[in-house]
Design a protein around this ligand. Structure first.
Ligand code: CS2
Length: 495
């Protein structure tokens, strides 16, 4: 096995791609919060390509870990031990996988151990962009109103201790405060999470947080900082210990933190960077004024289909996305969802075919080399479902449209919260955003009670009185006959 660290790069075997630049000459121009697998398979890869171009050496990434847990500490140690290097293996739907060593993360800071170092990096004039992937549910928003919450313990802590923040909001705002006082000028703040208008959302969070501490700072941010929206896309499964061993055995590299992904990749960004940006347009990133349309289509088609899939498929006993896609009943239901429930509500940007996009999504999900865990996609459903399915549901309810597939999905989610599949096998739903009250509702004897959890408040379920009744009926049918029989019955009504 070949080791992976800065001085071993040249010795890696021929078939491993490696950085096309001298890492020793890189500067840090970007600070990224939450270095997950997705960041390492997406943004860091575009930057890796970009750093190989003349004049782009200043755009290395400083990764920041925010969560104080043993797993995150171990990850920080693994990333640091390899000087930020890691291998990424891409699995095309047909053809041979390929592995490359990615070199764009030049520094890694673990914020809970040293928040001061993160603030110093943010205050450094070389930092010109701050990016974040803190998950869809990580924006600390009030469910019903969408307003930023100032009363959560970590935010309250950060408002009281700007010198040692815990949250991404505390860091971004304290960093901007430094730059205002020192006259360094602003940095761009770029959210890379799957949220409609993600730039607007992070802007709202940052302004609310800043305004609560110092209204003058909020005014300065409003006038100087830009928050571009962007659409990000690459399916990046979680990496289990087995996956890591499999990836390392394939590549021959002894990587403490390998990543794998599909070969598809896309990033569409609004070109509004207040302090300069890398030449990303030269490495495949699209800059567009129509980001909202791309975001909407991706969230309402790709991410929504993931959500539509994961709960029933887990209940049916499947573990991976590709396995479930091979089930004709499930495939047909997803196709019908996209075709009948979603596409008629969307308008494609010029030159894009929604039918072709639908087929691409179903093909990408069917790739057997991408062992994407249904449990990963199902996790945090309370936060993701309103984001990915909310607009479609509201539109169908308002128009009195066919909401059977969505009612079925909610029924499956309610049953999933019970933690038992159709065969009676138990599992632990990963739902970090459920409150104690929510959990009580989810496990109440009443099969419709979970529809009242806090995160579903903005869904307008009361606008469709038949919806709740349908959800309850489907829950009973799933309990009696199983998810697949219930789905088959819905499909049979159609033909
Ligand atoms: C998934 C996404 O988490 C989810 O629910 O839909 O992680 C999805 O794989 C990515 O957005 C693909 O770009």
């Amino acid at each position: 096995m070949y080791p992976l660290h800065a001085s071993s790069l040249a010795a890696l075997p021929e078939h491993i791609g490696r950085p096309g630049y001298d890492r020793g000459r890189l500067g840090t121009g970007i600070v990224h919060f939450s270095v997950g697998n997705f960041h390492r398979a997406h943004q860091a890869v575009y930057l890796d390509r970009c750093l190989a171009l003349a004049g782009q050496e200043g755009w290395g990434i400083c990764g920041v870990g925010l969560i104080d847990s043993p797993a995150e500490r171990a990850k920080a140690d693994a990333i640091r031990a390899q000087g930020g290097l890691y291998t990424l293996t891409l699995f095309p739907p047909d053809g041979e996988p390929s592995t490359q060593a990615v070199g764009s993360i030049v520094e890694y800071l673990f914020a809970p151990a040293d928040p001061g170092a993160v603030l110093a990096r943010l205050g450094d004039p070389a930092t010109r962009i701050v990016t974040l992937t803190v998950t869809e549910g990580g924006y600390n928003l009030e469910e019903a109103t969408g307003q930023f919450r100032l009363d959560t313990p970590d935010v309250a802590h950060d408002l009281a201790h700007p010198e040692a923040p815990r949250t991404v909001f505390g860091f971004i705002v304290a960093g901007l405060e430094r730059r205002r006082t020192t006259g360094t000028g602003p940095y761009t703040v770029l959210s890379c999470d799957n949220l409609q208008h993600n730039g607007e959302v992070i802007r709202r969070c940052v302004l609310a947080f800043a305004g609560a501490g110092d209204p003058g700072l909020a005014t300065w941010i409003e006038a100087n900082v830009t928050f571009p929206c962007c659409m990000v896309d690459r399916i990046t499964p979680g990496v289990t210990a087995d996956d890591a061993a499999r990836l390392n055995a394939r590549s021959g590299v002894d990587d403490g933190a390998p990543v794998f992904a599909e070969d598809f990749i896309q990033w569409v960004i609004e070109d509004r960077f207040c302090a300069g940006r890398p030449a990303l347009e030269r490495v495949g990133v699209e800059f567009s004024d129509e980001v909202a349309a791309y975001e909407q289509i991706k969230l309402r088609m790709l991410n929504a289909t993931h959500s539509m899939l994961s709960y029933p498929a887990l209940l049916a006993g499947y573990g991976f996305v590709y396995e479930a896609l091979a089930d004709r009943t499930i495939h047909g239901y997803l196709h019908a969802f996209l075709d009948r429930d979603v596409i008629p509500l969307l308008r494609a940007p010029a030159g894009m075919s929604l039918g072709a996009y639908r087929d691409t999504i179903l093909r990408r999900f069917s790739n057997p080399a991408i062992r994407d865990q249904l449990a990963r996609i199902a996790s945090d459903g309370a936060a993701k479902i309103p984001i990915f399915l909310g607009d479609t549901l509201r539109a169908l309810l308002a128009a009195g449209g066919d909401h059977r597939r969505l009612a079925f999905l909610f029924a499956a989610f309610g049953r999933y919260l019970d933690g038992r599949d159709d065969r009676g096998t138990g599992f632990e739903p990963l739902e970090p955003h459920l409150t104690t009250t929510d959990r009580a509702l989810a496990t109440a004897g009443d099969p419709g009670a979970f529809l009242s959890i806090a995160n579903f408040k903005g869904l307008g379920l009361e606008a469709g009185p038949g919806f709740r009744a349908n959800v309850v009926d489907y829950r009973k049918q799933i309990a009696a006959e199983g998810v697949l029989a219930t789905l088959a019955a819905i499909a049979a009504e159609e033909s």
